[in-house]
Design a protein around this ligand. Structure first.
Ligand SMILES: Nc1ncnc2c1ncn2[C@@H]1O[C@H](COP(=O)(O)OP(=O)(O)OP(=O)(O)O)[C@@H](O)[C@H]1O
Ligand SMILES: [Mg+2]
Length: 270
């Protein structure tokens, strides 16, 4: 197991938002987290990187490669972010500073993580190339790039230091459907190349169907069902999972350009 969340609860002063959640993610798999808006998916994923707002309390345990994340010092968890686990967010525009070039973002990211200055530019250009972008974007500003290009840059940054776990929280929601599919194809390709594990938060069951190995379904702060994708899609047990799958408008439709779903519930790497 690369990630094991054990009886995790997240509460504000007023209420318990995530209630006693346990889940485990295997090395190399694409694990999807689905469920209604407000069910606690983003908070759960932020708890993993210790990125929760300070008004929220956490109880329980989160093990990452057997390291108890909640017991690490701030310095230790900072060192892990980027290098061991990283995030790709829906609001990628908010992750970039408008008046700094893409190259400066790459520089800064590596500087923070102690990468020697002489190798930074090369690393950046390699990473830019790995997500199918032209080297020329190194000198461009974020506002000169399209949403799809910027999200590619986010992926390049998230994978730059070869993290073991990448958490993608609705990474394609802000993009049109074709750009969104291209981004996920790219993520899947990079996953194959690097062997990283993906925790993928989505509302789109087509993406679950195509990419996930296993998934968990959240409702009102609890996991109501989890298991292999084929088991859940073909034989959902929980009433809420059945409703979600039935309500998915496009699940039976074909993916663009004849894309096929992942065949197995097992990860490509273990
Ligand atoms: N800092 C906070 N303080 C109090 N409540 C919060 C805080 N942040 C989020 N919440 C509440 O926690 C609940 C879960 O939020 P979360 O963002 O995890 O939902 P989600 O499942 O990711 O939803 P969506 O699919 O819309 O992104 C929501 O009701 C939200 O309003
Ligand atoms: Mg969310």
């Amino acid at each position: 197991m690369i990630l094991a969340v054990d009886q995790l609860s997240i509460s504000s002063r007023e209420k318990t938002i995530v209630n006693n959640v346990s889940l485990s993610i295997k090395k190399g798999e694409w694990f999807a987290l689905v469920g209604q808006s407000g069910s606690g998916k983003s908070l759960l994923s932020k708890a993993v990187g210790r990125l929760l707002p300070s008004n929220l309390q956490v109880e329980g345990k989160i093990f990452f490669n057997d390291v108890d994340l909640l017991s690490l010092s701030t310095k230790q968890i900072r060192a892990m972010r980027g290098q061991k686990l990283s995030y790709i967010f829906q609001d990628y525009q908010g992750s970039f500073t408008p008046f700094r070039t893409i190259g400066q973002h790459f520089e800064e990211y590596q500087k923070v993580h102690g990468i020697p200055s002489k190798s930074r530019k090369n690393n950046s250009l390699e990473a830019i190339d790995s997500v199918g972008l032209e080297a020329a974007i190194y000198n461009k500003y974020p506002f000169q790039l399209s949403g799809g290009q910027l999200q590619r840059v986010s992926i390049a940054l998230a994978l730059l230091l070869s993290p073991d776990l990448v958490i993608a929280d609705e990474a394609t929601t802000a993009l049109d459907s074709v750009s969104g599919h291209r981004i996920l194809e790219l993520l899947a390709k990079r996953q194959k190349e690097t062997g990283c594990t993906i925790l993928f938060i989505t509302h789109d069951w087509r993406h679950v169907k195509r990419y996930a190995n296993r998934l968990a379904v959240m409702k009102e702060g609890e996991i109501v069902e989890s298991g292999g994708k084929h088991r859940i899609l073909d034989h959902p047990q929980h009433e809420y999972t059945k409703q979600l799958i039935q309500a998915a408008p496009t699940l039976g439709h074909r993916l663009p350009s004849g894309l096929k779903e992942v065949e197995k519930d097992e990860p490509a790497y273990s």
